[in-house]
Design a protein around this ligand. Sequence first.
Ligand code: HEM
Ligand SMILES: CCCCC[C@H](O)/C=C/[C@@H]1[C@@H](C/C=C\CCCC(=O)O)[C@@H]2C[C@H]1OO2
Length: 466
Amino acid sequence: RRKNEPPLDKGHIPWLGHALEFGKDAAKFLARMKEKHGDIFTVCVAGHYVTVLLDPSSFDGVLGDTVSFDFSRIRGQLVKRIFSLQLPNSDPALERAWMETHFQGVSLRKLSSSMSSHLYNLLVTNRNSCSSSMWTEDELFGFCYSLLFRAGYLTLFEKEDNAAAVYREFRKFDELLTKLARSTLKREEGKIARASQEQLWELLSPRCLNEDSDSWQQSYRRFLREQGMDADVQNKALLLQLWTTQCNAGPAAFWILGFLLTHPEAMEAVKLEIRGLSTLQNTSLQRPALNQLEAQHTPVFDSVLKETLRLTAAVMINREVMQEKVLRMADGREYLLRRGDRVCLFPFLSPQMDPEIHQEPQMFKYDRFLTPSRTLKDDFYKDGRRLKYYIMPWGAGRNSCVGREFAAAAIRQFVFLLLTHLDLELCHPDAKLPPVNPKRYGFGMLQPDGDLQVRYRLKTTRSADP
Ligand code: HEM
Ligand SMILES: CCCCC[C@H](O)/C=C/[C@@H]1[C@@H](C/C=C\CCCC(=O)O)[C@@H]2C[C@H]1OO2
């Protein structure tokens, strides 16, 4: 080590270093390293030297310096590995700008309104048969993922007749995605992943999608064409965007409902808030007008969403060190980072699960982000410093989630519609939430290992009283 470099932990296996432990359960491994070395250390993982930074007060030293820390090569490698996609001459800034305009302002309002109609149709109208007043048993994760996926797909891709087929294929692909990213697929799994990828390219191709619609998907395809990308690259890029836009909302909806069902006082508080919403009350079993719902303050639900994301959003922010760099920490310590190494922020461990920031961090407390006067609580501290980053479910900096308003609105719409129009309960009143699948740390929203059995039926009364 040179002077002032972070403590180094190479592990015992040459080149691989800690790759196996990291892939098995990154949160457990990094918590062990934090215990041993503190809030900054360097580990060897599959040939890379990765400096892990776990002090949120120091994150801006990395996120704010886009010259010394870059994501494009790491992103490019991952995209190639997972989606077999190489974007020739692509301009990430231009693509980011395109995404931003399509997820804000008028576009955002149109998308959100379309999402709301699709959610209503899938959740309420399509169940409006005689048998729908009977209880249906289901697995909550599958139910939420399928619903949010199909509504999201119909909103962005506007293809009615293959949504269910795309969802089935997507789930197969998503199951194998972490192994694709780490190149650890067994031979049989490799075949399944490639077959499902090809099937999805076909389902998303102009042959199967509506060519003359004015959908988000068509507009994105036009953007790629103008960048000089051929039809094959366009199909592959669409699968990447299908995953990016659909992989998080369903799992997030699952965790919210799972926490509400297993924490009756939280469920009661959300239902009480819904009962107070004039739009939902007045419209009885009609679909509530989205813009009216959007305008309403729902501090309890907002706190429940934040608390859920604190416990289950686990993205990793990886950057390549482009030039030798001295990283200055918030408390004045300085560390030398080598060119070619990587830096990794893992906000799930800190700030999100840091006991100095959030008391009893393993517990779901629905009002953690509420002040006594029911406004958003946003003052959280570590080492006496108020934190800018007290949770980071949407990432941060110039790669952060462009769809966050759309996602939060869709999840709120889904939960409110469901609690207003359906009776939903656990099949086994004492059931616990399943544990998380530890292999998914680093890939956005966590997914459960197992599921939660629930039953639901359409409400029979005329008043949509949750
Ligand atoms: C709970 C739901 C969601 C969560 C927690 C979430 C989180 C994230 C995170 C952490 C990133 C990457 C940040 C980084 O690399 O540093 C991201 C990127 C992105 N998200 Fe989301 N997301 C969600 C839902 C959505 C939805 C519904 C959409 C669109 C329909 C969307 C669109 C995108 C896009 C396009 C990017 C790529 C941005 C870029 O590469 O510059 N997200 N999201
Ligand atoms: C998998 C590479 C494509 C990145 C596309 C986009 O920029 C990010 C989308 C995130 C994605 C985050 C998950 C994995 C990134 C791996 C980071 C690493 O360096 O290991 C997922 C969809 C969006 O939120 O969660």
